[in-house]
Design a protein around this ligand. Sequence first.
Ligand SMILES: NC(=O)c1ccc[n+]([C@@H]2O[C@H](COP(=O)([O-])OP(=O)(O)OC[C@H]3O[C@@H](n4cnc5c(N)ncnc54)[C@H](OP(=O)(O)O)[C@@H]3O)[C@@H](O)[C@H]2O)c1
Length: 265
Amino acid sequence: MKQQQSGTTAPIGAPDYSIDGRIAIVTGASRGIGRGLAEALAAAGAVVVATARRLDDLRPLLDDIEAAGGRAAGYELDVRDVGAIGRTFGRIAEEHGAIDILVNNAGVGDGMAAEDITEAYWDEMMDVNLKGLFFCSQAAGRIMLKQGRGRIVNVSSQVSIVGIPDGAAYCASKGGVNQLTKVLALEWGARGIGVNAVGPTFIYTPGTADRLDEPEFRRSVLERIPAGRIGTIQDVAGAVIYLASPASDLVNGTLLLVDGGWTAR
Ligand SMILES: NC(=O)c1ccc[n+]([C@@H]2O[C@H](COP(=O)([O-])OP(=O)(O)OC[C@H]3O[C@@H](n4cnc5c(N)ncnc54)[C@H](OP(=O)(O)O)[C@@H]3O)[C@@H](O)[C@H]2O)c1
């Protein structure tokens, strides 16, 4: 970029994927993808701020990060509680000096046939996946705007852009995440904040293992993934770290699919 703007012929160096020392919040970090993302961010040098509804559920993660030589702290946070989000993010900024990265991972995702969906089920899906994600972004965004810098990465899904049976509420919530990602990128992009999303396919985690180990279901999933394999948390971590790093500085408002090609057809 420098080369094009200045017209000089300075060599272009390797892209900067470094997030060393960055303060990185991961919501829903007690298990599954969030736990793995927290470990990967810490391994990449970030100071991880892990959140979940119960602090005790974060202890194993915090111990593992510390044992591996990383830096991490845990905070209790139910993302359905908007007041608690503001207070917790304020505390985090005060205690750590900044919020550089927010990974909005907390989510719920059980499937239910459209004709069976209740108001309570619908509200829970929207409260966690969409409303919680928005107010976490707002709380982090207010702090990042003062800092004049920050990166937000929303964990969306491949089914934010395609449908799956039994996914009415889940797909709608993730479609909303994509739209929020675009709007926040437009509002905050000129003020130093990048907002992007990742869209994973089925990811093998302790929570999805039972289902993905069923031969019939596994076959039906693999038939749709040209890459021929189920996703791993490591696959998602690669995309998240890229979007959290200076290497993606000009990437804003986008959905980076990590779906092995599921949605390419
Ligand atoms: N697994 C997949 O195949 C897949 C594919 C595409 C996208 N995703 C997305 O990836 C994200 C993580 O999924 P996962 O499979 O790892 O799920 P998971 O194993 O069920 O973990 C969900 C995490 O979200 C947290 N959470 C749930 N409700 C919360 C609330 N009200 N407040 C705060 N935290 C809450 C849980 O923490 P506590 O319950 O301990 O508070 C837990 O840490 C979700 O956004 C999901 O939609 C998953």
